[in-house]
Design a protein around this ligand. Structure first.
Ligand SMILES: Cc1ncc(COP(=O)(O)O)c(C=O)c1O
Length: 406
């Protein structure tokens, strides 16, 4: 056996590699009012971790429950680790880096989870993937599905940004826009997969999503010279990305490759702050999310409990920012770093700007800090409406140049 499952709430172990989504006991308590219970953690067997430790360099395949047989069919990473010199100066953080997951094939971090779920589907002989998404996970699953010959059924809120919906249509998925929220689409997609089968890729509901997402930490470990940074700023909605980041470092620690976890900073909009409330006040109730940063607009975070507990275990904290600060940060990233990020991704940088003095007080100004840029701004150019305009065309004459003020 390469892995087995453990319930993140009751700790019960399931010694199987068969398809499992949630702990059958703990999930009975879920009634939609509080963060769901019963999400499963994949535990790699000792032997897998020992082999990883013996290698001169590790790759995500050394830690995947389902390693890839043909990496080139849909390459995941290695995404650039940018040293944004002007932002380092602006923040006073000399060792600030941006991890550009906006550069993944479908333009967001979500390729990581979709790829591992596709490998799971292949291994289990399934050819259909069903999911709900705020947009990016859907686009990622659709892209991976196209490349790997899998059918994708995607439930999305009809209000998702048009580029994300169109991406999925173009990749050939069956797109089902839902007149409701992301949380409504999530519930419908689970009913659909119960009715019609296929592998359900819903974030955190399928534990392989966390396993795919952890690949970023394995990459970072090698990119940073085989060590962990001091802190990682992560945009948070359902809490699956931040749990994946944590899981990567936890697996590296279990393998004996690092001695401590980086501090994980959960970055949220004030208008979608369920996980921050859990971190700060142990409040696990649903909220009514309304943020413009659509990818992190979540009422009932699917992985809220695990995310909050991993943040605390890492010694990290939550930072909430306003939507204004998020949209302003998009412009800071473009103008100071040449990085075009969607609002959810810019939330992590907005949180760093807000939190930088506290961070320096906690970890010193030479702390190694990584901000995850999880999605490309090309996916949602409408977010810039009212903040940037394309200038009027000038006459095609040399005379017109005299009127330019720059
Ligand atoms: C670009 C981007 N950033 C951050 C997130 C938040 O991830 P999670 O919902 O796992 O917390 C998402 C999720 O859709 C996303 O698409």
């Amino acid at each position: 056996m390469r892995f087995h499952y453990r319930c993140s709430d009751c700790g019960r172990e399931f010694m199987t590699e068969s398809l499992m989504y949630q702990c059958p006991e703990c999930s009975k308590e879920n009634d939609g009012s509080h963060f769901p219970k019963g999400n499963l953690i994949v535990e790699l067997e000792e032997d897998v971790l020992r082999k990883a430790k013996e290698k001169e360099h590790v790759t995500p395949d050394d830690f995947y429950p389902y390693p890839s047989e043909d990496k080139e069919a849909y390459p995941i990473g290695i995404t650039p680790l940018m040293k944004p010199r002007r932002l380092q100066k602006r923040t006073g953080l000399e060792h600030l880096s941006l991890k550009l997951d906006s550069q993944l094939i479908s333009g967001s971090f979500k390729d990581r989870a979709s790829y591992e779920v596709a490998l799971q589907a292949k291994a289990l002989g399934e050819n259909k993937i069903v999911l709900a998404s705020t947009g990016n996970a859907g686009a990622a699953a659709s892209a991976v599905g196209a490349a790997m010959g899998l059918e994708v059924i995607l439930f999305v809120p009809a209000s998702a940004p048009i580029n994300k919906l169109m991406q999925s249509v173009l990749y050939g998925a069956h797109v089902v826009p839902v007149k409701g929220s992301y949380d409504d689409a999530f519930a419908l997609s689970i009913e659909y997969s119960k009715m019609h089968g296929g592998i359900n890729r819903n974030t955190a509901y399928n534990p392989m999503t966390i396993e795919g997402k952890k690949s970023i930490s394995i990459e970072l470990f090698e990119q940073m010279g085989r060590k962990a940074p001091d802190a990682i700023y992560v945009p948070v909605g359902d809490g699956c990305i931040i749990a994946g980041v944590a899981k990567g470092w936890m697996d590296l620690k279990k393998a004996g490759l690092v001695s401590k976890l980086p501090k994980l900073i959960a970055c949220q909009s004030e208008k979608s702050d369920a996980i921050s409330r859990a971190i700060e006040n142990d409040d696990y109730r649903a909220v009514s999310a309304t943020t413009r940063a659509d990818s992190i607009s979540v009422d009932l975070p699917a992985n809220g409990r695990m995310a909050a507990s991993y943040v605390k275990e890492s010694g990290g904290w939550a930072v909430k920012v306003s939507d204004e600060e998020i949209l302003d940060s998009q412009l800071t990233l473009t103008r100071y770093a040449g990085v075009l990020a969607e609002p959810a991704a810019a939330c992590a940088y907005a949180a760093l700007e807000k939190d930088k003095e506290h961070l320096k007080a906690e970890l010193g100004q030479d702390a190694e800090v990584v901000v995850l840029i999880t999605g490309s701004g090309f996916k949602d150019m409408k977010a810039f409406d009212g903040r940037a305009t394309i200038p009027e065309a000038i006459e095609n004459s040399v005379e017109a140049l005299k009127n330019l003020s720059f």
